[in-house]
Design a protein around this ligand. Structure first.
Ligand SMILES: [Zn+2]
Length: 339
């Protein structure tokens, strides 16, 4: 009986220093498990007299129950303490005002697009919008790109099973506008376009363009150059030098490539301009008479210019960014640098 009492007090004493659930499990196996001293005593009773067995059995059961209850009580205490510790650690005051350290900001493409919209709005241009999913007429045919034209190559266009396609340029928006509005008018169409491109550092299958069109009487290449240079001067916030080279686009005649004197090396040659001192920036030209005719505008009376440029390329030029894939990667480290 004395041994039983001592087993009980030792177990209770040991329980007091238990502070975690794993320790508690260990305690249970030590003091109530099959190999515990208590079980040992119970097993040893087979040599005792029936009277003693009865008395000791009752006492051992009382201790076993008591220790079980103590174990349960301690388990609850520990769980509660763990929850309280977690609450204490995770406590926060939801009535405090928000921290302003991590405010969001516009994506560089959005910022440039809006900047260009502002510049052109001041020059009397309207901002035009159109659908991303286009039909053949607006994306190709009305732009003087007939069915057999190589510019419609399957490799470059995402076609839908119903014959629609993802617009490959925002020129489709210009057609939609010319169909609705009689000249004179001027507008720009910024937006997302899609090409079935092999993706690499210079090409992505989703990118951003801004295209512009001006239709009026007596418009010349000189007018076009003036507008484009004004725009670029405002975008880059300094005087810029541009040059026109002949370029072929089905929807303009004559067509040009507009190059910008490299802003990083000022023409001396650097990796960004491939050491030529100029960087290709956009395509432009005088709107093709066939395009005007497709929109029921008389090319004998009206004429104008159109231009289109990649917004990604423009932002890359300005910040010396070497990989176009950064723009839609969703990597915050990239956009935060350009805040
Ligand atoms: Zn350069």
């Amino acid at each position: 009986m004395n041994e039983l009492k001592s087993i009980e007090s030792q177990a209770l004493q040991a329980l007091e220093s238990v502070t975690s659930i794993p320790e508690l499990d260990q305690w249970k196996s030590t003091h109530l498990g099959k190999k515990s001293s208590l079980m040992g005593v119970l097993k040893g009773m087979k040599d005792a007299t029936p009277e003693m067995r009865k008395e000791m059995g009752a006492e051992a059961n009382r201790i076993k129950k008591g220790l079980g209850a103590s174990w349960e009580k301690r388990r609850q205490e520990i769980s509660e303490a763990e929850v309280n510790a977690r609450l204490e650690k995770e406590w926060l005051d939801i009535t405090l005002p928000l921290s302003h350290d991590e405010q969001g900001h516009l994506h560089p493409i959005t910022r440039y697009s809006r900047k260009i919209e502002d510049i052109f709005t001041k020059m009397g241009f309207k901002v035009l919008e159109g659908p991303l999913v286009e039909d053949d007429w607006h994306n190709f045919e009305a732009l003087n790109i007939p069915p057999e034209h190589p510019a419609r190559d399957m490799q470059d266009t995402f076609f839908m099973t119903n014959g629609s396609l993802l617009r490959t340029h925002t020129s489709s928006v210009q057609i939609r506008t010319m169909e609705k509005i009689q000249p004179p008018f001027r507008g720009i169409a910024p937006g997302r376009v899609f090409r079935n491109e092999e993706v690499d550092a210079c090409h992505d299958n989703t990118f951003y363009q801004v295209e512009g069109i001006l239709i009026d009487k007596d418009i010349s290449v000189a007018n076009m150059k003036y507008f484009l240079r004004t725009m670029l001067r405002e975008i880059f916030e300094k005087d810029v030098e541009v040059r026109l080279r002949h370029g072929y686009f089905p929807f303009v005649e004559p067509g040009f490539e507009l190059d910008l004197r490299c802003l990083l090396c000022e023409g001396k040659g650097c990796p960004a301009c491939k050491h030529v001192g100029w960087s290709e920036l956009m395509g432009c030209g005088m709107v093709h008479p066939k395009v005007l005719e497709a929109c029921n505008i008389d090319p004998e009376v009206w004429g104008g210019f159109a231009f289109g440029m990649g917004l990604n390329r423009l932002v890359m030029n300005h910040y010396d960014i070497d990989n176009i894939r950064h723009f839609v990667s969703g990597d915050l480290r990239f956009v935060q640098q350009l805040n």
